[in-house]
Design a protein around this ligand. Sequence first.
Ligand SMILES: Nc1nc2c(ncn2[C@@H]2O[C@H](COP(=O)(O)OP(=O)(O)O[C@H]3O[C@H](CO)[C@@H](O)[C@H](O)[C@@H]3O)[C@@H](O)[C@H]2O)c(=O)[nH]1
Length: 255
Amino acid sequence: MNDGAQRKYGPLGRTLVIIPTFNEAENIKPIVARVRSAVPEAHILVADDNSPDGTGKLADELAAEDDHVKVMHRKGKEGLGAAYLAGFRWGLDNDYGVLVEMDADGSHQPEELPRLLTALKSADLVLGSRWVPGGRVVNWPKHREYLSRGGSTYSRLLLDVPMRDVTGGYRAFRRETLEGLGMDQVASQGYCFQVDLAWRAVKAGFHVVEVPITFVERELGDSKMSKDILAEALWRVTTWGVGSRVNKVLGRRNG
Ligand SMILES: Nc1nc2c(ncn2[C@@H]2O[C@H](COP(=O)(O)OP(=O)(O)O[C@H]3O[C@H](CO)[C@@H](O)[C@H](O)[C@@H]3O)[C@@H](O)[C@H]2O)c(=O)[nH]1
């Protein structure tokens, strides 16, 4: 991971907070209100996958009252990765300088966003991290904590990345980072999208910084974590890790 010491960073530009939603009717209004109050200058893009519970309609109501709120209506549930990629492309097309990932359910505290943005002044990518000193999780069942810690450790060791929280979903990217990490080749659909992007950022030589966050388990609605999402993460991370080791060995032999 590049230490960024010699790099000169330009001003951050306008911030877009992308909130992917699937069935977050109870959460969407409170989270938008919290982001608006924590970072009033930021714009918000709700990327809704045609939620049956009407989340998209509630987001439209917010957008009608507030020009800082935008809504992307997607045709159906295609996974977290696809929703973020569509949101990033929209943000890049609309000249935002900073693109933020945030869950809709209140797990990620909007009040912590100013700290992530401050860190981004001298970084290419900032990861909100549960697993660095000062980071923590609140009310998460033990099995989720073990799964998440285990997933991060597995990804870190296999992909040879230095970050502690590789699977987390509270992040701030400079636009140049997204433009430079090969977004168009990303095929991950579920939560391994987060690992995919972090690994790409490291491989592309970007300066990645972890900032401790407090992750609070949602009080309303349900997690979308599923066996399919876990299986996708396991096979993709394993394939990437084994593939990159084989390539390293072949590269050494041939060169
Ligand atoms: N548009 C869209 N949004 C989705 C989809 N699946 C999930 N989301 C949205 O993505 C956010 C996170 O989903 P959750 O289901 O609440 O995630 P979690 O179980 O709390 O997962 C946590 O752990 C993951 C793995 O470590 C993290 O990747 C994630 O960010 C979060 O920290 C929520 O806003 C949810 O509505 C989808 O298919 N489409």
